[in-house]
Each structure stands twice: as C-alpha cells, then as structure tokens.
Write a protein that binds this ligand. Structure first.
Ligand code: GLN
Length: 430
C-alpha cells in the first residue's frame, strides 16, 4: 500500500473516531480511497499530489452535498466543481469531504449551523470561530492536510486564530469565486487553511489566478526577489482584550528583533466604523443573492427553512434596500468602505505589512453567542473586517496561547501582495 492511501486511511480513521463529538464533517467522500489508489500509480505528479483537502460546505464539489450547513439546501448535491476545486483536482489533490460552517457563512462563531455546533479541537468547551468553523477544526483535529474556507469579514482568519492553525484571506480578486455560494459578493474570497504558512502557500499558488467565469479575478504579479528590509506597521484598534494585546505586542517585538525589521505606527481613517460599514453591505448583498432560493430550483424557500441569523440578514437586507432608502444605507456604507480602503493604500506606501491581533477576545463558551447582545457578537469581527473592506490580503498565524487557548497574529499586506504576505508571515511563525 502506498503512502497516500495509508495517509487517507489514517484521516478516515480520525474522522470516524472524533467526528461524532466534534461535528466537523457534514459529508465524507466515499470514493476517496479509490481516488487515492489511482493517484499512487501516477508518473507525472501535480503540485498538490496526494494533499488531502476538506472543503467548506459553500463551495461546490461535484457529487458532494454542498448545503451551506442549511436546511434550505439540505440534500443539495453539487452538479459541478467550483473553479478552485477543478484546480485542486488538476493538481492531484484529494477532496476528503464537506465541512460544517455557520449557515450560508453568516456568523463568526460556528454556532449558526443548522446541523449543530462544531467544537474547537484545541479547546473543546469553546467556539471554534466561524464561519469556516469546520475548515479550521478539521485541520486542528488532524482530519486533513489543508482546508478551503471563505472569508467575507474574517471567516477564515477567526477560526484559524481560535483553533491554532494558519488561515489566509487572499486579496479580493486573487482567487475565483465561481462555484462559491455568495454571502456578499463584493467582499467574499475563498482561501486556504493549514498547519503551516508553507502549506497554505502551496494551495494558494494552485487556486489563484484569472478565471473567465469570474470577471472580478485579477492576475497579481509574482514577486521573485527576496524580502528586503521590512517595515512593519503597527495598527492599534480599540476594544482588544489587554491579555491578547500584550501577547501580540510581545510576539511582534520578538519577530522584529530576530529579523532586524523596523516598525512604524500606522493609523487608518474611519477604522472604528468598519463593523457598521460592513453589515449594511452584507445584508443588502446577501438579501439579493438569496432571491434564487425561492423553492423552485434549489430545495426549500429560504424564508421557510433558514435559521435566525440568516433570516435577520434577509429581512434586514430587504428593508434597507427599499427604494425610499436609496442613498441612505448601502451607498453610505460604500462611501466609508472607500475611505478605509484609500487609507490602507496610503499606509502601505509607508510600510510593508500591518500587524494586529486577529481577534479582539478569546473564543467564548460554546453556545454562549446565541445569548449575547448582537452588537457584541458582530464586534468580534472588528479586526478582520477592515481587510475585506479594503480588498487587502491578510493571514492569521498562531502567536501563542492564553491559558491553553490559541491566539492568532494577523498580518496584512496591500491588495495584490499575497506572495509578499506569505513571505512575511513565514517569518512570523512560532
Ligand atoms: N462574522 C462575519 C459575518 O457574520 C463574517 C462572516 C464571513 O466572513 N463569512 O458576516
């Protein structure tokens, strides 16, 4: 038996043993052992030969249940592969199955799935973070090599931070969204999660690039030269728990000293309005994107079958997009989005990257989020949303632990500087 088959068997074994408790996989690829056997015989090997990937349940994988963790699409079997999946398969990666998430990616805790909470393998009484809860948890629990998630306001980076793994949101347009079920099309990006920056980089290299099926895709330049003297921008945002800020400051200081990098404080205009800016955009775009779930084509009507948070966004979105409110919410939010984006462009003229914590607080107790004030739940994304508004690339890398709970360091670079970001992040690994 070859090494790939043995590895796949091991992952299947871990899933069998732990999935009932952790609730990570919604669908396991029954054919994966056969696919692994076929790979073993290949002479010409792709860039991701034998790499085992778990996929968030909002990215279409042909023949697999792609239900967005929602009763609306409960038995929906994808009839085609998303572009990222086509690329993974062409590079000889293996898809092990579809993983849990917040329903339609609406959430940041992993508590909003219609199929139950996902536990955090690194701290099982706490939330794993979301919405790519299953993607981060699958990597942390040793059920796959890497995973794909999607990030609209932090959904890759937040669970990566809480579960102690690496998760990257590519620049807007770097990766095709064709076959991703939208939360907010002007902000969504698919990205990789893995144990190391190197693993994540390998996946990004394969999935990135222009796609005729997604007109927002761009080809960003490949920087082949090494990192020069790096200036690290230090961004401080209000509302971070002191213990987290302290850990991140110490971690940044250690990296900067070791690498002999320089630091410079940066500020971003209107960054305190990021959360208030993000939600009108998401509510409006999500409302519009969900009109197709009218019960005629895809399973059930969304208003009949969706959970509380999804309905909140649909009803909220339908309200604020009414003609009489033209210019009041969506347009205003777009205006602030541009102020924030422009300010990041200016900041990146002075610094190579910006560092800050990934999350303002530690993960809360599993289930507690449903009882917390909504503003508090939404505020948990205050540090990740800015990268989405600005279209920048950003990554969360493990920075240490507080009482055994993982804490992530977030590194951001300018739009299109994904490769530079990965190089910097590699030096920031513990
Ligand atoms: N937590 C944020 C939200 O609920 C981010 C979601 C995401 O990035 N998909 O919208």
């Amino acid at each position: 038996m070859g090494a790939i088959v043995t590895k796949v068997q091991m992952y299947l074994e871990v899933i069998k043993k732990k999935n009932e408790d952790l609730n990570i996989f919604l669908h396991v690829n029954e054919n994966i052992l056969n696919e692994a056997k076929v790979l073993e015989g290949k002479k010409i090997k792709g860039a991701l030969y034998g790499v085992v990937v778990a996929v968030k349940s909002n990215i279409n994988v042909q023949g697999m249940v792609t239900n967005c963790a929602s009763h609306v699409l409960e038995n929906y079997v994808a009839p085609y592969d998303a572009t990222v999946i086509q690329k993974l398969k062409a590079a000889d990666a293996l898809i092990i199955g579809m993983v849990n998430m917040d329903e339609f990616a609406a959430g940041g805790s992993g508590e909003n799935s219609a199929f139950g909470l996902t536990k955090n393998p690194a701290a099982p009484t706490l939330i794993p973070g979301g919405s790519s809860s299953g993607s981060a948890a699958a990597v942390a629990a040793g059920m796959c090599d890497v995973a794909l998630g999607s990030d609209t306001g932090g959904s890759i980076r937040t669970p990566a931070s809480h579960c102690g793994v690496v998760g990257m949101k590519p620049s807007y347009g770097a990766v095709s969204r064709y076959g991703l079920i939208d939360l907010s099309m002007s902000l969504d990006q698919i990205g990789p999660l893995g144990k190391t920056v190197g693993d994540v980089a390998k996946v990004l290299e394969v999935i990135q690039g222009v796609d005729a099926q997604d007109p927002t895709t761009v080809s960003y330049p490949f920087l082949s030269e090494k990192l020069k003297q790096t200036t690290v921008g230090i961004l401080t945002i209000k509302g971070v728990a002191p213990a987290i800020q302290k850990l991140i400051d110490a971690r940044v200081a250690a990296v900067v000293k070791k690498q002999r990098w320089k630091t410079k404080k940066v500020t971003i205009d209107s960054i305190d309005l990021a959360v208030e800016t993000y939600y009108p955009l998401v509510y409006s775009e999500f409302f519009s994107a969900t009109r197709r779930f009218d019960g005629r084509r895809y399973g059930k009507q969304i208003e009949e079958a969706a959970g509380k948070e999804v309905l909140r966004r649909i009803y909220g979105g339908s309200e604020i997009t009414q003609a009489e409110f033209a210019g009041k919410y969506y347009q205003k939010a777009l205006g602030v989005k541009h102020v924030i984006a422009d300010s990041f462009v200016e900041a990146f003229e002075q610094v190579d990257c910006i560092v800050l914590p990934t999350c303002p607080g530690l993960p809360w107790k599993l289930g507690a989020g449903t009882k917390m004030p909504l503003a508090e739940v939404y505020a948990a994304d205050a540090l990740t949303i800015p990268a989405n508004l600005a279209g920048c690339c950003a990554i969360s890398v493990p920075a240490g632990e507080i009482k055994g709970v993982p804490v992530g360091l977030q590194v951001m670079c300018g739009k299109g500087e994904d490769e530079k970001l990965l190089r910097i992040a590699k030096e920031c690994e513990l």
